[in-house]
Write a protein that binds this ligand. Structure first.
Ligand SMILES: O=C(O)CCC(=O)C(=O)O
Length: 258
């Protein structure tokens, strides 16, 4: 496959996001950062063992880690990426915040029971779209290792999806690419038929009037909080009383995990 380099959010990306509901930004993660992210994920999985993902939910046939903002500067670079944030604002408008930063891998030789879903089970409302996700590929997404699937244009259907759909398409890419998605677009995981985990990070954002999936203010340790820049504090809605009210009781909602 020819090498492609990230050139920012192009007019084609914007058109795909608007019409299809998702687009790919190639090579947002450079090789050194990719190595760092993979190593940081491996370290968290090792350290957390069977508690991994416990700040949120566990999922059969998938490895999960939650609350990654608290687990290293290398992860925090994901949620502050300017091109990502430009795309978030394009879909959600000016009033947005991080909802959660998680890791998910389709386990080797596993079926995914993950149905098509809209994130947090939310539909657009009178104010427009309220959920946006980004899937950061830590491995190539190939036709047989559990790539993400999505139904193009479904973000405009105004409905929640059936578990699967004849028009669903798999989304392929190279390690380092990022899928930007209007998360009302029906999407989900697929089976991994290879011997290797298919790893990814999910940087998930919501409109300001929605609760965070993981209430960042409560989850971040004091030593993390003191290391945050003003921009990161804003991205995480740490100084936003409306977010405290919305998120303190914890939405903890998933589009499909109960
Ligand atoms: O990892 C994937 O391919 C998609 C997973 C997903 O949509 C989710 O966990 O909400």
């Amino acid at each position: 496959m020819a090498l492609r380099y990230n050139r920012g959010v192009t007019p084609e990306n914007i058109q795909e996001l608007q019409e299809q509901g998702y687009t790919i930004l190639p090579q947002m993660i450079d090789p050194a950062w990719l190595d760092e992210l993979r190593a940081a994920v491996a370290e968290c999985l090792e350290r957390e063992g069977e508690n991994a993902g416990g700040e949120f939910r566990r999922e059969a046939n998938a490895q999960r880690l939650a609350n990654l903002v608290d687990k290293g500067e290398t992860f925090r670079r994901v949620i502050a990426h300017p091109e990502l944030l430009a795309a978030v604002a394009l879909v959600l408008g000016p009033d947005w915040k991080l909802s959660s930063l998680n890791y998910r891998a389709a386990e080797p030789f596993s079926d995914s029971a993950q149905p098509l879903h809209c994130d947090m089970g939310l539909l657009p409302d009178a104010q427009g779209y309220c959920v946006f996700n980004s899937i950061w590929m830590l491995d190539d997404f190939t036709s047989d290792n559990g790539p993400t699937r999505a139904v193009p244009g479904s973000h405009r259907s105004g409905a929640l999806p059936p578990a699967s759909h004849p028009d669903e398409k798999i989304i392929l890419g190279r390690a380092g690419d990022v899928i930007l998605m209007n998360a009302h677009c029906w999407h989900g995981g697929t089976a991994n038929r290879t011997a290797h985990a298919r790893r990814s990070l999910h940087g998930f954002f919501v409109r300001g009037d929605q609760p965070q999936q993981q209430y960042q203010k409560r989850l971040l340790r004091p030593e993390t909080l003191t290391a945050l820049s003003p921009d990161l504090r804003r991205i995480l809605a740490l100084d936003d009383p409306r977010n405290d009210e919305l998120s303190a009781t914890g939405s903890g909602k998933s589009g499909f995990l109960r």
